[in-house]
Design a protein around this ligand. Structure first.
Ligand code: FAD
Length: 448
């Protein structure tokens, strides 16, 4: 089949990889001059989430208190008059129920393992190096935080996640750059979890796909999409100066199936077809600096449990990332108000100052932000829509790095009419059908 993928972020590139591996002819449309330029660009580097990392569950709450005074969890909640932001926050609040949290984690777990396997296969088969680093250490400042994490900790046991619960001294033994602090109540160490450079991986994968005849229409924006009975048609916006033409004069690309992996642009494209998925854009922030003093730099990735700031070491740089800002949609797509941005960056700086003082060369700090699309139940939106030729792979929220490798496989199997390797409940839990825009397997088209 001829499959078009809109979006050359990590999700689009991994989807193209899996589709090509399944034998399809693939064209990726990306508005930037190269891949991984938006959310996938300056992100935190944690590869796969555990129940301690996800952004739903008992640890996250949104209300008046968080609005007025900010929240301990590092999330800036500024809905203003936006009914959509408040409604999204209300939905996330529902996910705080421990039973609901356990249920969503149960659905996520098989996807995490599928993603781990797919990423592992890609990196082994192609001998890829993208600044992978083993070991993630979550740090807790107080007994109250440990108590708050109780449900997540019990799920780690239940799901057999290899992990060690440590006291403060043991945390410092395992990661000596963590200073001796009164405020360190303990930590959880994941020896098998990793950090790695996401855009580097995406670019390497793109080079590989170039060699395997995947077409990249770079510097081309998909302007309109049309679903016709026998094919899908994408019209491209006029070419920007300097962009490499896909084929002289080509302004329309047609194919047998279309995958929307357009990150924050997904909603706009879907709305052209009268479809709506309640994905919400959240702006996340990052600070990056060269390593200041090697002896102060951590060798593990460190996560501040309370503020959810991830501190990762990418080759000779330190990256501090997270500090989400939840506000009205229009505001999210505009440059952030200076004060809010300063607050977000201060959250990152504070976590760095607390856990790895001296690790980063502060005079060379660079800030960055990007938009991650989140679903109201915390899981990605991956699957076929009500139109059998249209697929979505988006909404990975703060956990898209490794998960994109798994959802890419799910989409490729669906497009190829192959049985999925995910169990039925997990497949249903990530399907667009849960928001009323999905198709059922029986409505699949016959593409033989
Ligand atoms: C600051 C920050 C820190 C993060 N930290 C982590 C982390 O530590 N671990 C983790 O797992 N996840 C993290 N994430 C989330 C993760 O980066 C995202 O989930 C993931 O990168 C999403 O990839 P994507 O390809 O879906 O989206 P994107 O990378 O945003 O890619 C979408 C692409 O679609 C293109 N596009 C959109 N519309 C069109 C159109 N009409 N025509 C052509 N092209 C179009 C865009 O140009 C873009 O390149 C973080 C995110 C941010 C912003």
């Amino acid at each position: 089949m001829d499959v078009i993928v809109i979006g050359g972020g990590l999700t689009g590139v991994t989807t193209a990889y899996q589709l090509r591996a399944a034998g399809h002819r693939v064209c990726v449309i990306e508005q930037h001059a190269t891949v991984a330029q938006e959310a996938s660009f300056g992100q935190g580097g944690l590869v796969l989430p555990t129940p301690l990392d996800v952004w739903f569950g008992p640890g996250l709450s949104f209300g008046m208190r968080q609005m007025l005074f900010g929240s301990r969890n590092g999330m800036l909640y500024q809905p203003g008059l936006s009914a959509a932001a408040r409604s999204f926050a209300r939905h996330l609040n529902v996910e705080r129920e421990p039973e609901r949290f356990a249920q969503q984690c149960t659905h996520l777990r098989p996807l995490i393992e599928l993603s781990r396997r797919e990423l592992g296969e890609i990196e082994t088969r192609h001998a890829m190096e993208f600044e992978q680093r083993d070991g993630v250490l979550h740090l807790f400042r107080s007994a109250r935080e440990l108590k708050q994490a109780a449900t997540a900790l019990s799920l780690l046991q239940q799901f057999d996640y290899p992990h060690e619960v440590l006291d403060g001294d043991a945390c410092r033994t395992i990661e000596p750059s963590v200073p001796k602090l009164e405020a360190l109540a303990g930590g959880v160490f994941f020896p098998n979890e990793r950090s790695a450079n996401c855009p580097l991986f995406a670019k390497q994968l793109k080079s590989l796909l170039d060699e395997h005849a995947v077409q990249f229409a770079l510097g081309r924006r998909a302007e309109t999409i049309r679903l016709e009975s026998g094919r899908v048609v994408v019209e491209l916006a006029p070419e920007r100066e300097g962009a490499r033409p896909l084929e002289a004069g080509t302004e329309i690309i047609a194919g047998d199936a279309l995958v929307l992996a357009a990150g924050a642009g997904t909603q706009n494209l879907l709305s052209q077809l009268g479809m709506r998925v309640p994905l919400y854009p959240v702006r996340l922030h990052a600070l990056t600096a060269p390593i200041g003093y090697e002896e102060h730099a951590p060798h593990l990735a460190v996560v501040d449990y309370e503020s959810r700031v991830t501190i990762s070491r990418l080759h000779n740089r330190m990256r501090f990332a997270s500090a989400p800002l939840l506000q009205g949609v229009r505001k999210t797509f505009r440059p952030t108000e200076r004060k809010l941005r300063e607050r977000a960056l201060a959250t990152l700086g504070q976590a760095g100052h607390t856990w790895v003082p001296g690790a980063a060369k502060l005079s060379a700090l660079r800030d960055w932000d990007g938009i991650a699309l989140m679903s109201p139940d915390g899981l990605p939106v991956t699957g076929v829509t009500a139109h059998p030729r249209l697929f979505i792979n988006a909404g990975h929220g703060p956990s898209g790095w490794g998960l994109a490798c798994g959802t890419a496989k799910v989409v490729a199997d669906l497009v190829s009419n192959q049985p999925s390797e995910l169990d039925a409940p997990s497949l249903a839990a990530i399907s667009p059908a849960r928001f009323g825009v999905g198709g059922s397997p029986s409505s699949r088209f016959d593409h033989r």
